[in-house]
Structures are given as structure tokens and as C-alpha cells.
Design a protein around this ligand. Structure first.
Ligand code: UDX
Ligand code: UDX
Length: 480
């Protein structure tokens, strides 16, 4: 790149998902002079981003609808016209998914970079003039090198050299459910790269609303690794607290008291110490397994084993919850009706990727239970995909006698109130706030006795459950 200031008037983002959509909406909102075009090869997703009715946006994220209302059609556009958007852009963000490889070398651990590669080729082909290419997706360390190679080879082929590229890493740290707030007030912004002008052009975008002291610049590899490491550390905390929760259950301690006691140590801090059925989401497991794969690749098997144990504890924790339900319900749940409250991997999102609810529901279905699923934001079509090969039966309406409800199948409940008739147990898996205010006294007499409430998030009103005559189990406490 020549030593000249890079002015960014047009941004293109490839990938209109949980990361690309909200991130670009906030950039468009805070930088009204920049034209932002979000492109995706999935036409129905783009249609949903363009839907007039804001409740039909493809992702649910508090506050997102208001940002879209202000920006869409002004300087934010969603389309499938990838080539045109790239040609216009001074800066291209790559925000496509990088699933774990299912086959071949590194299967089950390494990230499949085929979409990233495809994006790099598209940028190489359609871009014009100077283009700053920004990695937004979380990627294995040294992926920027792959992108650079693809772009570079094109630069050589192109004899009159009218294309120039520079690659930056700018990982996104937003958490789903709080994405807009995280984007508007981030703890930090991380930019990795080796070309000062390009770095400056991206810094200039962020300083429209973020103080410069919050922007950290590093080399490319440090930026890529920092994102993997941050996710690994966060996930490790959850596996740590969940392992201590299991300990509490046998030793007679209470995980809430223990979390408070250890979190009061300012060196440890109080965030991310809530016991749960386990961590879900698109990133934690995938990123740790990536770290595991790369550690083995670079000849560090002990490091690989260390991080792999974080994922192992997470899987064990989900399994132990489903086993505990079976054991508590007298060793068999075949034909019993079990209500799952919450299917998303955390509250305030409709995302179910790696949700503990998937594993736990499948375990219960495998044992022959009739599973009723309620979630305020997840659509039944998503649950159908997630629970394959287990099929769903009738619609769960309280007026229906559930005669046709076959053992080992599930049904979707549209309304919380319609979920409980004849149920043997209720299992809370996501911390949706309305689960804290359920009036158990009016539900208990609709359930079959003895009825149980299993609270894997410590959110329901215990006193109300117990005074309604129901039995209660919550994570991280001993019960006799
Ligand atoms: C995330 C993050 O980008 C990444 O950090 C994380 O590692 C996993 O993926 P997210 O926005 O959550 O992205 O993924 P997703 O909601 O699946 O969105 C990706 C979008 O990219 C999809 O809409 C897909 O259709 C699109 N895509 C994929 C393209 O437009 N082109 C491609 O070549 C591949
Ligand atoms: C995470 C990172 O926080 C974010 O920085 C990164 O960009 C993407 O991955 P996300 O997966 O959206 O974000 O949600 P997060 O709030 O981190 O929660 C992940 C999982 O951990 C959820 O299943 C959540 O329920 C669980 N969790 C979180 C706990 O079980 N206990 C806690 O104390 C905190």
C-alpha cells in the first residue's frame, strides 16, 4: 500500500448473520457518511433483513430493530448482490461462518475455512482499486495469511496492478442478547495488522463513537489469537463453576454462596460465575476445539489436553443433568411428560446453536419421555432441525388431552400457560426473565403428582414452587 490516507466511503460486509447484521447496523448508525452494504448468499435471510415488519428480522437482539429503523435505506442496505457491493467498497468485512470440519484432516476440531476462502476469491475477483479486507469472523491463528495469499496471487495475475489489498484482523467480542450495547460501548476494539494506513482507516471508523484509548492495535497473529484465547478463558470459567456446582451438590455447599464468595476477590471478579446446564453458542466450543487442534498441530499436546478438558466438562455437565432427571423420576421417564422451559442457548436471543437444551432434550427423548418445549423466541421450525431425528407430534394445546402424544416425541408449545397439563416435571434450561415470575400455585394442580421442577439456572421462585406442593431441584445445591 502506498503511504497515503485511505478514505472509506463505502463498506461491504459479506455475511448477514448474528455478527455481520448487528455490527454493520451500528457502524451505519454511528457513521452516517459511510455507505454500508451487507451481502449474503442466502436470499431468504436477506429478505428477512429487508422485511418491513421489524419483528420479522432474522435475528432477535434487543434494540436492533430501532437501529435498523434509523439506518436501513439511509446508509444501510441488505442485498445478495455480492459482486457489485465488493466492487464499490473501499473496505470489505468478512463475517461468514466457520463451522467445525466434519470430514477429513482435523475433522471434529479444525475450522472449515471454505467460506472464508470463497470470500477471499470473490474479493480478489470483483474489487477495484485499493481494498482493505477485514477479518470479522473468529478464525484460526494465521488465517490472514491464507487470505493474503489468495489476494496476493490475484494481484500478480493482474498485470496493470490496479488492485491493491491489505488484510486486517478485527475480531468481534459482542455477546448475543446484548449485542447492540456491546457494539455501542465495547470494553475494547482490537485491530491487528501490519499496514499503518489501513489500520488508521479502521480506527477512524470506530472513533466516531468509541474513545481512542479503547482501541488496541496489535500484529495480525496476536489479534487472531486474542479472540480465541478470550473465548477459551470465558468458557473455562463456566466449566470451572459448573464443576464446583456438581461438587456443591454432593458436599452440601451452595454454589450461589460460593460464587459470591470467590467473585468478591477482585482478582477473580464476579462475572461469568453463574452455574448452568453448560455453555452453548456458536463460538465457545468451536473456538476451543480450534485451539486444541492448533496446539496439537504445533506440538503442544499438554496444552491441547488442558483446553479440551473445558469442553469435556461442559458435555459431562449436560449429561449429568439429564441423568439426574431420570434418576429423580424413579429411574424411568418413559411415557412421562416433561416440560422444557427455554431452548435458546441463553436468554434474549433466538439462537440455538450448541444450546444445552438440544443435548438434554435428546437424552430425555431417548429415554421415551413426551417432551413439551416452550421458548419465547425460538421458532418450532428451528427446534425441528435441532432435534432431528426425533419427531414432533401434536400441537400442545391445553384443551387437547394429549391422547396422540407418542412416547419419545416432542411438541412445541406456543404459550407458556398451555405447557403444563399432566406434566410430571418442568425443566428450566434458559434464564428467560419471565420464568422467574411463574405462578407455580396455579400450575401445580395441573401437573401429575408428585411433580418436579428442575431449575438449571437458579431463576425460578423456590418458595413459590415448594409452597405449591411441588418438589424442587436446583443446580449447585444438595438435596436429600
Ligand atoms: C459467526 C462469526 O462471524 C464468527 O465469529 C463465528 O466464528 C461463527 O460465525 P455468525 O454471524 O454468528 O458468524 O454466523 P451466521 O449467523 O451463520 O452468519 C453467517 C452468514 O454468512 C450466513 O448468513 C451465510 O449465508 C453467509 N455466507 C456464508 C455468505 O454470505 N457467503 C459465504 O460464502 C458463506
Ligand atoms: C461469547 C462471548 O462472550 C463473546 O465475547 C464472543 O464474541 C462470542 O461468544 P455468546 O456466545 O453470545 O458470546 O454469549 P455469552 O454471554 O458469552 O454466553 C455463552 C454461554 O455461556 C451461554 O450458553 C451462557 O448461558 C453461558 N454462561 C455464561 C453460563 O453458563 N454462565 C455464566 O456465568 C455466563
Amino acid at each position: 500500500m502506498e503511504e497515503k490516507k485511505i478514505i472509506v466511503n463505502n463498506i461491504c460486509c459479506i455475511g448477514a448473520g448474528y455478527v455481520g447484521g448487528p455490527t454493520m447496523s451500528v457502524i451505519a448508525d454511528r457513521c452516517p457518511n459511510i455507505n454500508v452494504e451487507v451481502v449474503d448468499l442466502n436470499e431468504s435471510r436477506i429478505d428477512a433483513w429487508n422485511s418491513e415488519e421489524l419483528s420479522n428480522l432474522p435475528i432477535f437482539e434487543p434494540g436492533l430493530d430501532q437501529v435498523i429503523k434509523r439506518t436501513r435505506g439511509r446508509n444501510l442496505f441488505f442485498s445478495t448482490n455480492i459482486s457489485e457491493a465488493i466492487a464499490k467498497a473501499d473496505m470489505v468485512f468478512i463475517s461468514v461462518n466457520t463451522p467445525t470440519k466434519k470430514k477429513g484432516l482435523g475433522a471434529g476440531q479444525a475450522s472449515d475455512l471454505k467460506w472464508i476462502e470463497a470470500c477471499a476469491r470473490q474479493v480478489a475477483k470483483f474489487s477495484k482499486g485499493k481494498t482493505v479486507v477485514v477479518e470479522k469472523s473468529t478464525l484460526p491463528v494465521r488465517t490472514a495469511e491464507v487470505i493474503k495469499k489468495i489476494l496476493g496471487s490475484y494481484q500478480i495475475i493482474n498485470e496493470n496492478n490496479e488492485k491493491e489489498f491489505c488484510v486486517l484482523s478485527n475480531p468481534e467480542f459482542l455477546a448475543e442478547g446484548t449485542a447492540i450495547d456491546n457494539l455501542e460501548n465495547p470494553d475494547r476494539v482490537l485491530i491487528g495488522g501490519d499496514d499503518e494506513n489501513s489500520i488508521k482507516s479502521l480506527v477512524n471508523i470506530y472513533t466516531n463513537w468509541i474513545p481512542e484509548k479503547k482501541i488496541i492495535t496489535t500484529n495480525l497473529w496476536s489479534s487472531e489469537l486474542s479472540k480465541l484465547a478470550a473465548n477459551a478463558f470465558l468458557a473455562q470459567r463456566i466449566s470451572s463453576i459448573n464443576s464446583i456446582a456438581a461438587f456443591c451438590e454432593v458436599a452440601g455447599a451452595d454454589i450461589e454462596e460460593v460464587s459470591k464468595a470467590i467473585g468478591s476477590d477482585s482478582r477473580i471478579g464476579s462475572n461469568f460465575l453463574n452455574a448452568s446446564p453448560g455453555f452453548g453458542g456458536s463460538c465457545f466450543k468451536k473456538d476451543i476445539l480450534n485451539l486444541v487442534y492448533l496446539s496439537r498441530y504445533f506440538g503442544l499436546p499438554e496444552v491441547a489436553d488442558y483446553w479440551e478438558s473445558v469442553v469435556r466438562i461442559n458435555e459431562w455437565n449436560q449429561k449429568r443433568i439429564s441423568e439426574l432427571i431420570v434418576k429423580t423420576l424413579f429411574g424411568t421417564i418413559s411415557g412421562k411428560k416433561i416440560v422444557i422451559l427455554g431452548f435458546s442457548f441463553k436468554a434474549n436471543t433466538n439462537d440455538t446453536r450448541e444450546s444445552p437444551a438440544i443435548r438434554i432434550s435428546k437424552d430425555l427423548l431417548e429415554e421415551g419421555a413426551k417432551v413439551v418445549i416452550y421458548d419465547p423466541k425460538v421458532k418450532s421450525s428451528q427446534i425441528i432441525n435441532d432435534l432431528e431425528p426425533y419427531s414432533s407430534t401434536e400441537n400442545c394445546l391445553s384443551t387437547q388431552p394429549h391422547k396422540n402424544f407418542i412416547d419419545g416425541t416432542w411438541c412445541f408449545s406456543e404459550h407458556l400457560e398451555d405447557s403444563f397439563d399432566g406434566a410430571d416435571a418442568v425443566v428450566v434450561l434458559t434464564e428467560w426473565p419471565n420464568f422467574a415470575t411463574i405462578k407455580w400455585s396455579s400450575i401445580a394442580n395441573r401437573m401429575r403428582s408428585p411433580g418436579w421442577v428442575f431449575d438449571s439456572r437458579r431463576i425460578v421462585n423456590e418458595k413459590d414452587v415448594l409452597s405449591s406442593g411441588l418438589n424442587y431441584w436446583s443446580i449447585g445445591r444438595k438435596y436429600n
